[in-house]
Design a protein around this ligand. Structure first.
Ligand SMILES: C/C(=C\COP(=O)(O)OP(=O)(O)O)CCC[C@H](C)CCC[C@H](C)CCCC(C)C
Ligand SMILES: O=C(O)C1=CC(=O)c2ccccc2C1=O
Length: 299
């Protein structure tokens, strides 16, 4: 292979390792939680919002870096060429970078607590980080028991969105709690879709992911119901007057939902073809949450 081809394939592996689109799942809970605050108070603290967004991105980087570190210890990533541990061959370096990201994120969250004279936001996000550790960290590794989706929903849904809302208002809201469910479901769907192409490696490593437990065909049949629940819940909350009608703008995510269901239905048992489905799920998550927030602000 020529040096250009080697360089190109290396760059592709690094891009797959960093997976920029994935960071939408960290940004959107903060965006929507903040949008609910604007909807209810008509005020926005930009300093807190930008600090929180930055902290959320750093926390997700920590989660992913440590995911590669912990998975390298179980051997589950032996065929994952874009694992940062496999790419660098230096587990301790990746661990140090990951913990550095967490430290910087905690500094940002401490700044928010300082401005608010209140530790609640830090407490909520530390709880999220705890769920993130339970997912993959020894000796728990609850993701290997198939419990990752529950941890993911609560971390990115009720806890993460409420933390963002609290950072703006220093209060709680039932509307925020209801909206956090609409945010948590598509993010959990990203995790659910990430398992379809990993069944063989998961089974070999003893990881009983939801797709290992259900099988790819039954997993694929679940997708339309989960996708439908996102939009049905939004429509129901609008119908009951809990969310403003502008939040129906989030239905722009429907084409991505249809594409995801069709793609997985067709390729659920073909790992090489279904492996990109989590990025279609990210597109659904991004557009639906982005315009959910826009609808709240436009109300
Ligand atoms: C790393 C995650 C999933 C990928 O796991 P897997 O091992 O299947 O990946 P590879 O196949 O690529 O090796 C994420 C799991 C999410 C976790 C359950 C919860 C994380 C919570 C965050 C740490 C906190 C987020 C708070 C938010 C408001 C920023
Ligand atoms: O690498 C992955 O597959 C995922 C990484 C990640 O941070 C995340 C966060 C929330 C839901 C799903 C996922 C992934 O699937």
């Amino acid at each position: 292979m020529t040096t250009e081809l080697i360089a190109a394939s290396k760059n592709k592996l690094w891009l797959a390792a960093i997976k920029p689109p994935m960071y939408s799942v960290a940004i959107m809970p903060i965006w929507v939680g903040t949008a609910v605050a604007v909807f209810e108070t008509s005020t926005l603290n930009w300093k807190i919002f930008t600090t929180f967004i930055t902290a959320a991105i750093l926390i997700l980087a920590w989660e992913n870096l440590l995911n590669d570190v912990f998975d390298s210890e179980t051997g589950i990533d032996k065929n994952k060429h874009h694992s940062l541990v496999n790419l660098t061959g230096n587990k301790l370096f990746i661990l140090a970078i990951g913990n550095g990201c967490l430290a910087l994120a905690l500094l940002g969250l401490l700044a928010i607590c300082w401005w608010q004279k209140d530790l609640t936001v830090l407490g909520l996000i530390l709880l999220c980080c705890g769920l993130g550790y339970l997912y993959q960290g020894p000796p728990f590794r609850l993701g290997y028991q198939g419990l990752g989706e529950f941890l993911c929903f609560f971390a990115f849904g009720p806890l993460g969105v409420s933390a963002a809302y609290y950072s703006q208002t220093q209060s709680w809201s039932w509307v925020c709690l209801a909206t956090s469910i609409i945010v948590g479901i598509p993010i959990t769907l990203v995790l659910f879709c990430s398992h379809f192409h990993q069944v063989d490696d998961d089974i070999a490593a003893g990881k009983k992911s939801p797709i290992v437990r259900l099988g790819t065909e039954r997993g694929a049949k679940l997708l339309p119901w989960v996708c439908g629940s996102i939009f049905l819940l939004t429509g129901g909350l609008v119908l009951f007057g809990i969310l403003p009608i502008w939040t129906l703008l989030s239905f722009v995510g429907i084409p991505s939902a249809i594409k995801l269901c069709r793609h997985v239905s067709q390729y659920h048992n073909q790992p090489n073809l279904v492996s990109n489905c989590k990025f279609i799920a990210i597109s659904l998550q991004f557009w639906s949450s982005l315009f959910l927030g826009v609808g709240l602000i436009l109300h």
